[in-house]
Design a protein around this ligand. Structure first.
Ligand SMILES: [Zn+2]
Length: 380
């Protein structure tokens, strides 16, 4: 799969259809193939990087870090390793403690930091690279989320999650052997993050038609096509075959690039993400163990698709009429090996009810969710 070519096509389409496109072409060395890890040391040498830091945790060191370090040794490329430690609940989180740890392990002569991991390690590295003026290189170890190429970093400060400006990677090396060997729940989470696009795309169209919010047909089409391909290959994705994982990772990258083109996350984040954020903040407050982003988004998508079909499909058939049945979404999620129902992720009825009436306040964005709350006389 030539993902660099796919990116060139995205950039060409953006030049030809600039409606809603905010940014210059996306410059990102992109590789999605089996054995991509072997291409990193030659890339670093060709670009003239001196010493780099491989940022890992115990799991991602085993999944890819160790192998990458071996390739760096063989090529004679200078590197050091920063192993991020989990918190008392066993999660590596993007908080003050972890950020300072990385800053201590990445002295200023280091020119680039390589995130070897899934979403959280990427967020820590993108933030530190932005703050300290170093290049950020992405090595995903699972097709678990569409945020690898994001410019925003969700970090936890004083126990509260905030999203701060950061930078996108200048290069991404996605090794299909690594991605296909990732735990199935991580691949399922990436698939669930994609399934969330059914409601996010519908909400985006709705916000544009009812509230005049910025809309970009190209970013919409790219995200919709990426979603359609994931559905077509749902069986391959559920077996975590290299072919299935390649389709999923390409879709996640396309979704990420669509957000970069328009400079906001509307194509990929609607009411289902607002619900997911609400659940996350509640869990954080309760000191519960963190769930995968996609796990929450998947469950939220089932809930929201049910609500939209019931309450909005008749009035807005062109927007919400085509949403899949909640049962169909559940089947896709379950077949992929991920959670589908609130009980699977320990969500109480009370928290769901609270999220349904409060989550829309998290972002100043019009969605079907917000529309229904306002209609019922709730606060915007
Ligand atoms: Zn997401």
């Amino acid at each position: 799969m030539n993902i660099q070519l796919a990116l060139a096509e995205v950039n060409a389409a953006a030049a030809a259809r600039p409606d809603g496109v905010k940014h210059a072409p996306i410059v990102m060395e992109s590789l999605l193939q089996a054995g991509a890890l072997r291409e990193i040391a030659p890339f670093l040498q060709e670009k003239g990087y001196g010493e780099v830091v491989l940022v890992v945790d115990a799991n991602t060191w085993e999944a890819a870090g160790k192998q990458l370090a071996g390739h760096m040794e063989t090529a004679g490329a200078a590197y050091r390793v920063c192993t991020l430690a989990p918190n008392s609940q066993g999660d590596v989180i993007a908080d003050e403690r972890t950020i300072v740890r990385l800053m201590l392990d990445a002295p200023l002569q280091v020119q680039a930091l390589i995130a070897v991991g899934s979403g959280t390690i990427h967020d820590i590295v993108r933030f530190v690279c932005c703050q300290t003026g170093r290049d950020f290189i992405s090595v995903p170890t699972a097709a678990s989320v569409d945020g690898f190429t994001s410019v925003g970093a969700p970090i936890i400060v004083d126990g509260v999650k905030i999203t701060v400006p950061a930078i996108a990677p200048c290069a991404i090396f996605a090794d299909l052997e690594v991605l296909a060997a990732a735990p199935q729940r991580l691949t399922a989470a990436g698939f669930a993050d994609m399934l969330g696009k059914f409601t996010s795309l519908a909400d985006w169209k709705f916000s544009s038609e009812l509230a005049g919010e910025p809309f970009c047909p190209l970013a919409y089409d790219l995200t919709e096509q990426a979603l359609a391909k994931c559905i077509e290959f749902a069986c391959d994705i559920s077996t975590c075959s290299q072919e299935g994982v390649a389709v999923l990772m390409e879709a996640l990258l396309l979704s990420g690039w669509s957000m970069l083109l328009v400079g906001h996350s509307r194509p990929a984040s609607g009411g289902e993400h607002h619900l997911s954020h609400h659940f996350e903040m509640a869990y954080l407050k309760e000191g519960r163990r963190q769930l995968l982003h996609g796990a929450k988004v998947g469950v939220a998508s089932v809930l929201l698709a049910g609500l939209y079909r019931e309450r909005l499909a008749e009035a807005y058939p062109g927007i919400y009429g085509g949403l899949p049945q909640p049962d169909q979404l559940r089947t896709w999620l379950r077949d992929a090996g991920g959670p589908a129902d609130p009980a699977d992720i320990g969500l109480s009825e009370a928290l769901i009810a609270e999220a349904m009436s409060e989550a829309h306040k998290l972002r100043d964005r019009y969605t079907g969710l917000k529309h229904l709350v306002l209609q019922a006389g709730g606060e915007g």
